[in-house]
Design a protein around this ligand. Structure first.
Ligand code: ADP
Ligand code: MG
Length: 305
């Protein structure tokens, strides 16, 4: 069983009790409180699984907050508080100082405060951050995409996966490596599109795999024009032949993929957003390059097989 089957089999109960606006199955859970709607997200990073063994402590600190902020962004929410679970082997004081520096650098930038946590010994570094945020009005769910909507993404795609390849080749100071180590969560974009987007997901496992999850949740299909994918100068220089493949299936970009009615004009005013395709009837994600359907492994990253 992959992790999605495990979650469905053992953890996904009908979470439809009072106060639950969105339960298991979206980027974050949304609950109704007396103070308004709150979003809850949680992400774990494991040494050797989510980051290479020799990743700088400050980058691990940054990334552990960034990946949670990205899920908050995908819900159209504003981050507020977080708690931190740490399992640490004997890493030394300097490591912890650097980790905290990276963690607070991004936390301060996005105005999220650390209010608690848990620290234990463990065989490898395991970092869990749980974050809560405020949802203004309606949350942005994976499930609202409609036939004929346009599919958009923020930023550029494939950089982090290309960066990870460079890191493995010992080129950790390349700008693409920084895209892997220090992803930029799209909180501002998430809030800006909140009103007009019909559905949204953050791209953590790869565009096609994540767009497929959005499609499943919405009961629709999608077509992506490969030639419209936003690619950075860096990836085109470093990987001219593989850039599109990285953009379609590479994970860890933490950009937003969202859908909106094509004649929503305001989106054009948002910086760094690219229309890459259309929502269709049926199911699955079809990718076309110059009119020809290209075969893409849409499984995304799986922790269990
Ligand atoms: P993301 O990639 O946005 O972090 P996933 O696609 O990995 O989200 O997770 C799918 C859904 O399953 C999410 O709603 C998540 O909150 C939920 N989930 C994951 N693990 C568990 C678990 N052990 N128990 C309950 N829900 C879980
Ligand atoms: Mg997500």
């Amino acid at each position: 069983m992959d992790e999605f089957a495990l979650i469905n089999e053992f953890f996904k109960r009908h979470a439809d009790g009072a106060g639950i606006v969105a339960g298991i199955g979206d980027d974050g859970a949304v609950v109704e409180t007396e103070a308004g709607r709150q979003v809850h997200v949680l992400d774990t990073l494991v040494q050797g699984v989510h980051f290479p063994d020799d990743t700088a402590a400050a980058d691990i600190g940054w990334r552990s907050v960034a990946v949670n902020l990205s899920d908050i962004a995908a819900m159209g929410a504003t981050p507020q508080w977080m708690t931190l679970g740490l399992a640490l082997p004997d890493v030394g004081e300097d490591w912890v100082r650097d980790f905290a520096e990276g963690l607070f650098e991004i936390a301060d930038q996005f105005g999220v405060q650390l209010i608690g946590g848990d620290t234990t010994r463990g065989p490898v570094v395991v970092v869990t951050v749980a974050m809560t945020g405020r949802v203004p009005g309606e949350p942005l769910l994976r499930s609202g995409a409609k036939l004929g909507d346009t599919v958009y993404v923020t930023g550029t795609l494939g950089d982090a996966a290309a960066g990870l390849t460079l890191i493995r080749d010992g080129k950790s100071d390349h700008p693409l490596a920084t895209r892997f180590n220090r992803p930029t969560p799209r909180i501002d974009s998430g809030r800006a599109i909140g009103e007009m987007a019909s559905a949204c997901i953050d791209v953590s496992d790869g565009l096609v795999g994540d767009l497929k999850k959005l499609c499943v949740a919405s009961g629709v299909g999608a077509e992506v024009d490969v030639e419209r994918l936003p690619l950075s100068e860096h990836i085109l220089t470093e990987y001219p032949d593989e850039a599109a493949a990285f953009a379609l299936t590479g994970g860890d970009d933490y950009e937003l993929c969202f859908t909106a009615n094509a004649d929503v004009k305001v989106i054009a005013g948002l910086d760094g957003i690219t229309a890459i395709g259309t929502i269709t009837a049926g199911e699955g994600v079809t990718c076309r390059q110059d009119g020809t359907i290209v075969d893409v492994d849409d499984s995304g990253y799986r922790h269990f097989r």
